[in-house]
Design a protein around this ligand. Structure first.
Ligand code: NAP
Ligand code: F7E
Length: 327
């Protein structure tokens, strides 16, 4: 039985990856940080099948303890401050988690479990102000947020440890991927959740920023398989994971409201508060290398993704007690 350590197991991707690896027969260890509230809602259905261990990307000794105790075969570093907008409010903390945190974990692997294969969750945000269309592994980077800059550090330190210490360290450059488990602050889930709230009469507006931004949106459940496949390769490399399609926020809005038979123009209001100091206007990735080396292709198209998220939120909101209902 192989052992995998997942940092960020309580997040969107961590929950799907844990499910996937359990299905492959892995012993799954999940790193969780101390919190005053319960943060395991995404993995509540898996708690009997995984082992949670305390640790934090800010704390070197906690990482070394976990690596020494479990000596995993594979380490998936999914933990990060992952919300781009917040990275302007907390740029230093974002760098501590999302950039230097990667070095702390790589050091722990190198010293305590040097045979482990390492996956780093890199991001299409590193392409930022894109220098070529579509983006591939060799496209020059131009990050546009403190988050993007931090991810670029994480990407290069992973490459550097591979080249310096001959580690099996891989960086997956994943484009936006979404699901019903996406955090409510990200635009796709914000839209699908508000559509459901409007449909059930719980609110009557959705405030958004830039509707013209274009993203290459895929399904998180498809993307975690690519992470696993990268670590099964004899030779570590970096891979773009994307759908090779781009859509605007406006298109997402149109499809999501249409799914619930609502006219979006009646509810969507523009609000400057959600505009960013520097925007990433267009992302579209070509995953040809992943297809060739890993045999990976996305399975879920854009419309199916939107429908999946709206349907899940319609069910979720229907099951939530009405805020005005008497107990
Ligand atoms: P997410 O839902 O925001 O999850 C982030 C996870 O990181 C949570 O489990 C969080 O724990 C954990 N975490 C944050 N700071 C930590 C720290 N100091 N120590 C330990 N754990 C910490 O993110 P996601 O969407 O699943 O994304 C997974 C990874 O892929 C992230 O690194 C993200 O930047 C990257 N990525 C995401 C996308 C995308 O479209 N989703 C695309 C490219 C790359 P708590 O639950 O305690 O907060
Ligand atoms: O924004 C626009 C916003 O916050 C998408 C993270 O997973 O993917 C994600 O980063 C677009 C942007 O994701 C609102 O300006 C308009 O252009 O959903 P998002 P993101 O910034 O692309 C990458 C690959 C990651 O690595 C990150 O971790 O939508 N937008 N109006 C809005 N965005 C938000 N959040 N809220 C709005 O009201």
């Amino acid at each position: 039985m192989k052992t995998a350590l997942i940092t960020g197991i309580t997040g969107q991707d961590g929950s799907y990856l844990a499910e996937f690896l359990i299905g492959k027969g892995y012993r799954v260890i999940g790193l969780t940080r101390r919190s005053s509230t319960t943060v395991t809602s995404r993995i509540s259905h898996l708690l009997e099948k995984i082992e949670l261990v305390p640790g934090d990307l800010l704390d070197q000794s906690s990482l070394m303890d976990v690596l020494s105790s479990y000596n995993p075969d594979e380490v998936y570093n999914l933990a990060a401050q992952s919300f781009v907008q917040t990275s302007w409010n907390q740029p230093v903390l974002t760098a501590e988690f999302t950039a230097v945190g990667v070095t702390r974990l790589l050091e722990a692997v190198r010293r305590c479990a040097p045979k482990a294969r390492f996956y780093q969750a890199s991001s299409s945000e590193m392409f930022g102000k894109v220098q070529a269309v579509p983006q591939i592994e060799s496209t020059p980077f131009y990050p546009r947020s403190p988050y993007g800059v931090a991810k670029l550090y994480g990407h290069w330190i992973t490459v550097n440890y591979r080249e310096s210490f001959n580690m099996h360290a891989t960086s997956g450059i994943l484009f936006n991927h979404e699901s019903p488990r996406r955090g409510l602050e990200f635009v796709t889930r914000k839209i699908s959740y508000h559509v459901a709230m409007i449909k059930h009469g719980r609110t009557n507006e959705l405030r958004l920023g830039n509707l013209d931004a274009r993203r290459d949106w895929g399904f998180a459940g498809d993307y975690v398989e690519a992470m696993y496949l990268m670590l099964q390769q004899d030779r570590p490399d970096d891979y773009v994971i994307a759908t090779n399609e781009t859509h605007s926020v406006r298109e997402f809005v149109e499809l999501a409201f249409a799914r619930a038979d609502l006219d979006w123009q009646k509810y969507v209001k523009l609000d400057d508060k959600f505009n960013r100091p520097a925007e990433v206007d267009l992302l579209i990735g070509d995953p040809a290398r992943a297809k060739k080396d890993l045999g990976w292709v996305p399975k879920t198209d854009f419309k199916s993704l939107v429908n999946m998220m709206v349907d899940a939120d319609l069910n979720l909101v229907a099951s939530e007690p009405h805020p005005h209902a008497h107990p």
